[in-house]
Design a protein around this ligand. Sequence first.
Ligand SMILES: [Mn+2]
Length: 359
Amino acid sequence: MKTVKLIEVRSELGAGTRGASLGIEALKLAALEHDSYFFGRYKSKEIKDNSRLLYKNPIRTYAKRIRGVIKIYEKQAKAVLDEIRSGKVPVVISGDHSSAGGTIAGVKMAYPKAKIGVIWIDAHADLHSPYTTPSGNMHGMPLASALGVDFLGKPKNKLKEDTIPYWDILKNIGGICPKIDPEDLVFVGLRDMEPEEALYIRKNKVKVVTVPQLRKGKVKEIVQQILSYLDHCDYLYVSFDIDSLDSSLVRGTGTPVSNGLTLKEADKLLGGLLKDSRICCFEITEMNPLLDHENRTAVRVFPLFKDAVNTIEKRIKKEQTEKKIITNQAQPAQPIHKSKRLPTIKKPGLLNLKSPKKK
Ligand SMILES: [Mn+2]
């Protein structure tokens, strides 16, 4: 039966601040304050971290720990591919956002000929490449790797020779590059980006829904707009970076930004988007309890996550019921076998009750 399957990616290799690999545990412990049995209801698959790499000096300034990130991409892509193949909808809880590059690779590997739409709910564009990154942190690059982008204009960074072949490997995970095109992408909540990212968005006319736009219109209508904009896509993946929420709500995340979404807005947004029957994968990412106070961020975010999973499950159940009805209707009327026919009643007397004629 089609169900949700959790994939836990305990990696923070792509982040610049330590602690995001503990985000999964933070969310699980936060669940105890809302719905103690939630995680008991789901099976999950774990992608082990490569945290020992954190104890080594990153050699490549503009693609820190890229070899470790390649490994995570590969493992993550395979996990997503396996789950989709076995009829599941993977729901990914990841440490830092770089793993989303692996998620997109997995979705594309599952549906190599299909158009994959990506809805990126995030304060940041994550469109950097080693050529343009100011920090060298790989969690700023997953979309560039999926789009196969190197840079527009002039490369800003002078790269070590071996950085480029590794970046090429990352873009080509799954043997398909690019995995998505600019028209398959929608940003929601974007409000903090570098000039190179802004240039890419402008030149390629990538759709962006800002927080004020979302607030001005009705969330329901905005959801409809996004879904019809991605009408040409066969499958959709929603990536939810918790820094899309306002910084006052998410102290426990690596790169908080003010003027973000409220919890209610995010809940409505996810509720609307995840109802779509094309949704084949959802990811939540960038929770960092080391930056938090008393795990408040995860406690705030858990209800959002739970609603998101419930919405996906409801949709799956609805589809299964509809499918059953259709299959039942589609079955041709079977001729009843002679022996199964009801015996002919020769004496119609008892069954042929006619209302007695009134006098
Ligand atoms: Mn992000």
